[in-house]
Design a protein around this ligand. Structure first.
Ligand code: PLP
Length: 385
């Protein structure tokens, strides 16, 4: 195997520690789902799932059936819920593997009943209830028809009902979320009145799990917090405003590369495509083998910093497809193949996902979920990893 040009390091102890902090916030009867969609937000799905289960997670949440089957193939037996859409043709496979499916349309119930009969296994469903996000979800007349269909088909087991908040991370005003919670409670009452006990109602993502215990119900779905990041500055401020200051999360992901060339360029030289940077002094550049095709956002051009030898080095010129250039004039010891940190800590310095997100005009979620999907992930210090 050739030496990777960039790689990600995942701190298993940080993951376990974050997960335990959420576990401690939940009542003993509330189950905890580790949300490991999008390759565990870029951290590597199966190893993260193993660490999370070892640290006390009860459920795994994924987006699609392929992710659920990959977890099963990796030997993970915990209950898995597909939070996204399962094509009608794949419902039999879900039933056969005991994977729980989110249902948000009548067609899923009809095809699911036929698939469960053919598989000779019940299909466990979680109804997605529409409470105001206007994404996947059912309410009103279609919900009433769904309940009628469920009554006709005992091979469908309605295990859960859930919803997802639209406006909990982006604000310190949570009226919209409270409205959604109220609608969820009303819809859940309607489902229960139709004769379904619904063992597992669930609504909470990380922000809700931190801010609103009344959203926890039987299961909390924790994604970003497991990875040691806050959902947003507003969530952090809301927690502070509630008088919470005990929650310390530890970011688990670092992203690294090595210097591919060091060169001295004269004052007045232009750097990179479009000649968008011109050196104002004799400049030592380090060339790094990472670019936007590796998930290093092109909007970091002339904006971002990396860490080398414990110091910050600014990006000069545009980020290319597979390369970028940084100024190491003030870090004179830099050598070929020195380790460079794109995300994470080195010495006393740290580049956070929030800082990268600020430079690139996006959010911490996108930064970590898109960190080089082809680079190896190395799990360090993880129980079970
Ligand atoms: C991704 C996702 C979550 C996790 O959200 P975080 O903010 O990362 O905790 C929870 N629920 C659903 C439906 C999701 O899609």
């Amino acid at each position: 195997m050739p030496t990777p040009l960039s790689w990600l390091e995942v701190d298993g102890r940080a993951l376990a520690c974050n997960l335990r902090k959420f576990r401690a916030r939940l009542d003993a009867h509330t189950r905890l789902m580790a949300v490991v969609k999008a390759d565990a937000y870029g951290h590597g799905m199966a190893p993260v799932a193993r660490v999370a289960l070892g640290a006390g997670a009860d459920w795994l949440g994924v987006f699609n059936l392929a992710e659920a089957l990959a977890l099963r193939a990796a030997g993970l037996q915990a209950p898995i819920l597909v939070l996204g859409y399962v094509p009608l043709a794949d419902l039999g496979e879900a039933a056969a593997q005991g994977v729980r499916v989110t249902a948000s349309s009548l067609e899923t119930l009809e095809a699911g009943a036929a698939a469960a009969r053919a598989a000779g296994q019940p299909l466990h469903l979680h109804l997605k209830l529409e409470t105001g996000t206007q994404r996947l979800g059912l309410d009103g007349e279609p919900l009433a028809r769904a309940l009628a269909l469920l009554r006709e088909h005992p091979e469908l087991h309605l295990e859960g009902a859930h919803t997802h908040f639209a406006n909990i991370e982006d604000t310190t005003e949570h009226d919209f979320a409270r409205g959604q919670l109220g609608r969820f409670q009303a819809l859940l009452a309607e489902v229960r009145a139709a004769g379904f006990p619904v063992e597992l109602p669930h609504t909470a993502c990380t922000a809700a799990a931190i801010l609103f215990p009344q959203t926890h119900f039987a299961l909390a779905r924790v994604g970003i917090g497991l990875y040691g990041l806050w959902p947003s500055k507003e969530t952090f401020l809301s927690a502070l405003a509630q008088g919470q200051d005990a929650l310390r999360l530890s970011p688990a992901l670092s992203w690294k590369t090595r210097v591919a060339q060091v060169k001295l360029v004269p004052s007045g030289a232009y750097v990179g495509y479009g000649c968008t940077y011109r050196c104002t002094r004799p400049t030592r550049l380090a060339i790094l083998p990472v670019g936007y095709a590796n998930g290093y956002d092109r909007r970091l051009s002339n904006q971002g910093h990396v860490l080398v030898r414990g110091a910050r080095a600014p990006i000069r010129g545009r980020v290319c497809m597979n390369l970028c250039m940084v100024d190491v004039t003030d870090v004179p010891e830099v050598r070929l193949e020195d380790e460079v940190v794109l995300l994470g800590a080195q010495g006393d310095e740290r580049i956070s996902a929030e800082q990268l997100a600020g430079w690139a005009g996006t959010i911490n979620y996108e930064v970590i979920a898109r960190a080089d999907p082809h680079a190896p992930r190395v799990l360090l210090g993880g129980e079970g990893g």
